[in-house]
Design a protein. Structure first.
Length: 358
């Protein structure tokens, strides 16, 4: 079977002095608007270079905006807003799980289109582990579908445009570049659990609460990522508890993974993940210590035992438990991985055929 998303050895990213949260938002009463001004000292050559390395944002926005929607959710006691994009003309919309999870148990979901229409939606399926979901609107005319790009075509430094509804402000467009690739980011998930953004794109395009589930597109208005989280610096002012706004550190789920999972949700209503069949803890010096092995599970059948320390998977060093979790999100049941481990101080290797999550 094939990988859901190629993994290039990106490691777990630890934030010191920063708060990282999924960017689900709600409408607020006041908005601060800032305008960019030209640098009077810029030379014509510098200006030409700037234009050459940036998208024609107006053109990109005109193309992509009709495919991007604002999503509102409520469960009768609480509510919020997020974003999404049309991925099938018959009404399927891709978004983040954390955007719609509030309405998963009998709540209501509605979609505001760029032309001003507001229609009810239903949840087709959710993947809390990867923080993705698909919703559907019915009885609508053929909808403009956002075209998918390819993760392999995304490069550090390339210009991108983010479209969504930060703070409930529909149709907001920001621009920037891809700052880094292959970030693995842990974010809050359902029921106190965590979700994992695997091989995420890092961008300095403004990602604020409400951008979640929206579109990060390239200069051809093709989807390259689903904005899902942003970092902020906790406020040190009187009373604390607050935080700075966007600081140029946003993260988007890569398009290949988003497409694979959304296709599976649309086809089956659920997502099946791979699993190792081990319980592990991070070893401070590197690797993960196997606390227990599921009897007759994938790891047990490969000869792994409690007490072994996994140090690498497919030749990529393992630095923590999130590295194993990332493999279960990017691989399919039945795929094989090469595991390097130590037992009694001696290094060894084995091949694990991943099982189906129970």
């Amino acid at each position: 079977m094939t990988e859901r998303q190629p993994r290039s050895g990106g490691g777990w990213l630890t934030w010191l002095g920063m708060a990282l949260a999924a960017v689900l938002g709600a409408v607020i009463g006041g908005v601060i608007v800032a305008a960019n001004t030209s640098d009077a000292g810029s030379t014509p050559a510098a200006a030409d270079q700037q234009v050459a390395t940036a998208c024609e944002v107006t053109k990109v926005a005109e193309t992509a905006l009709p495919s991007v929607v604002t999503i509102s959710v409520t469960n009768g006691e609480a509510g919020g807003t997020g974003s999404g994009e049309v991925v099938r003309e018959e009404g399927y919309i891709l978004t983040n799980n954390h955007v719609v999870s509030l309405a998963a148990d009998g709540g209501q979901v509605s979609v505001l289109f760029n032309d001003g229409r507001t229609v009810p939606a239903t949840i087709t399926g959710r993947d809390p582990k990867a923080d993705l979901a698909v919703i559907k609107v019915d009885n609508q005319p053929s909808l403009p579908v956002i075209p998918f790009g390819r993760s392999a075509d995304v490069h550090v430094g390339q210009p991108v445009v983010a479209i969504g509804a930060p703070l409930g402000l529909s149709g907001t467009v920001t621009s920037g570049i891809v700052s880094a690739l292959d970030r693995t980011i842990q974010v809050p998930g359902d029921g106190g659990e965590t979700a994992l953004l695997v091989s995420a794109l890092q961008t300095d395009a403004a990602i604020n609460p409400g951008n979640s589930g929206g579109a990060l597109v390239d200069c051809d208005a093709q989807l390259v990522g689903v904005p899902s989280a942003g970092a902020s610096i906790p406020s040190s002012g009187p009373g604390g508890g607050g935080s700075e706004g966007d600081i140029g550190l946003g993260f988007a789920i890569p398009v290949d993974l988003a497409k694979s999972i959304s296709d599976e949700i649309i086809a089956t209503g659920t997502v099946t993940h791979a699993y190792f069949g081990v319980s592990v803890v991070t070893v401070p010096s590197g690797g993960v210590y196997i606390r227990s092995v599921v009897p007759d599970g994938p790891a047990a059948r490969a000869g792994l035992r409690a007490g072994d320390i996994i140090t690498a998977i497919d030749g990529t060093p393992v630095t923590g438990t999130t590295d194993l979790a990332a493999v279960t999100l990017t691989k399919n049941p039945g795929d094989t991985v090469t595991v390097t481990y130590t037992r009694g101080g001696k290094q060894a290797g084995t091949t694990v055929t991943l099982g189906t999550e129970r």
